[in-house]
Design a protein around this ligand. Structure first.
Ligand SMILES: *[C@@H]1O[C@H](CO)[C@@H](O)[C@H](O)[C@H]1NC(C)=O
Ligand SMILES: *[C@@H]1O[C@H](CO)[C@@H](O)[C@H](O)[C@H]1NC(C)=O
Ligand SMILES: *[C@@H]1O[C@H](CO)[C@@H](O)[C@H](O)[C@H]1NC(C)=O
Ligand SMILES: *[C@@H]1O[C@H](CO)[C@@H](O)[C@H](O)[C@H]1NC(C)=O
Length: 373
């Protein structure tokens, strides 16, 4: 058939009503066939794995939301979710910043636990439960489900913060000291995290990877320590699209923040692990920094913790009203040559916090003489 003939057929189709109807029916059949085929062979297999069985009760907050916080949590961690609601969902504790917090959970086989999860969802409406089993080998599915939820519910958010449920983040410090100062080119197609380069592939322990699964000794792409990552919203859609179409790799950090970005291409990484180091996986390091420099001067604004007590402690510290003085009192006994106590040196370190009180002495030293018996 020549081009002229095709054009003639088309004109005939369009001009005479019966042909026009036939043409429309024909197009409809072709279109629906294409759609069904591509759905059966492309979308369904991996989308089934991340199906959402219980969803949030509202949309993605409203336009005044500064970030959506997606928390990976285990089904039975009710207490941690309570803490996170208090610390991150409650505006009075994050003012002037507004966060939308969503918890990602997998499904459970225990009926009691299932009922509790349903009750929790009815009460707060901030949990997303997936059809996959809630196990650590299924964390990759949890993460992809998260991007699926974001892509459908929350595509226009300003920032995505992904947290594990044992992470402490000082929200105000994060925004004022870090996010508000990030250059605009680092707010496009960028992942901010503690980045690993040429990391070795683990062959032992809980995170052991069989050689059959990944033969190389190290990963040929950068990836993130996944306990806390910041993802710009322009990556939400591609993360989901590629996440469901490439082969799942069960270590979620490697899959999500290494394999997917390397397929998407042109994804920018910003290192939060040094120069300056603003987050740590080592709670001791965080605590030491805060104790020696004070909350305001310590550059770290997030840390992985070892559990509830440490999270509570850090929340208490950042929520407490500021003291007028950082006051520490130390006492030191003084002895004579024959080891008798002769006195007591009391040092009171009064360092004024308020600028108006800078003229006060910062050290008070008192010597108390002990009367010899
Ligand atoms: C957005 O939601 C917050 C509560 O989360 C509310 O206080 C605020 O008024 C809302 N803003 C708009 C424009 O609806
Ligand atoms: C939010 O936090 C404030 C201050 O910590 C507290 O008084 C209030 O009860 C909290 N609100 C909710 C809904 O938890
Ligand atoms: C992951 O979830 C699927 C679907 O529920 C389940 O069949 C599978 O056993 C889970 N995998 C692991 C390793 O727990
Ligand atoms: C394994 O390493 C080689 C050399 O470093 C590299 O060319 C290759 O792409 C890597 N293969 C995979 C699957 O990462």
């Amino acid at each position: 058939m020549s081009v002229q003939e095709i054009i003639m057929v088309c004109i005939t189709y369009r001009t005479f009503l019966p042909f026009r109807i036939l043409f429309i029916i024909h197009q409809f059949i072709v279109a629906s066939c294409l759609c069904v085929c591509s759905c059966v062979y492309v979308c369904v297999p991996s989308d089934e794995l991340t199906e959402i069985t219980m969803n949030t009760n509202d949309e993605c907050g409203n336009s005044s939301i500064d970030a959506v916080v997606v928390v990976h949590t285990s089904a039975d961690h009710f207490k941690r979710r309570e803490r996170f609601r208090m610390a991150y969902s409650n505006y009075s504790n994050t003012k002037p910043y507004r966060l939308k917090v969503v918890f990602l959970i997998g499904s459970v086989l225990d009926a009691n636990l299932q009922i509790q999860l349903e009750r929790e969802n009815m009460m707060y409406g901030d949990t997303v439960v997936g059809s996959f089993l809630d196990t650590y080998q299924n964390l990759t599915l949890k993460a992809v489900m998260g991007f699926r939820w974001l892509a459908s519910t929350c595509p226009n958010v300003k920032l995505l913060i992904k947290l594990d449920d044992d992470v402490f983040i000082d929200v105000r410090k994060f925004f004022t000291n870090y996010w508000e100062k990030v250059a605009s080119n680092n707010k496009k197609r960028t992942i901010h995290c503690l980045v690993w380069h040429n990391a070795r592939v683990g062959r032992t322990g809980k995170w052991k990877v069989e050689k059959g699964l990944f033969a190389n000794a190290s990963y040929p792409f950068p990836y993130c320590a996944g306990f806390l990552t910041l993802v710009t919203p322009d990556l939400i859609e591609p993360m989901y699209t590629y996440g469901k179409s490439i082969d799942f790799f069960w270590i979620d950090d490697v899959f999500l923040y290494g394999m997917i970005p390397s397929v998407i291409q042109g994804v920018n990484f910003v290192q939060l692990g040094h120069n300056p180091r603003v987050m740590t996986q080592n709670y001791k390091e965080y605590k030491q920094c805060r104790e020696s420099k004070g909350v305001d001067k310590c550059p770290l604004w997030a840390t992985l913790t070892n559990g509830e007590d440490e999270i509570d402690q850090e929340f208490a510290i950042i929520s407490a009203p500021k003291p007028v003085f950082d006051k520490t009192v130390t006492t030191k006994k003084q002895y004579s040559k024959d080891n008798k106590q002769t006195g007591l040196i009391i040092t009171s370190n009064l360092s004024p916090v308020n600028t108006q009180q800078k003229n006060l002495p910062s050290i008070n030293k008192v010597f108390v003489k002990i009367k010899q018996v």
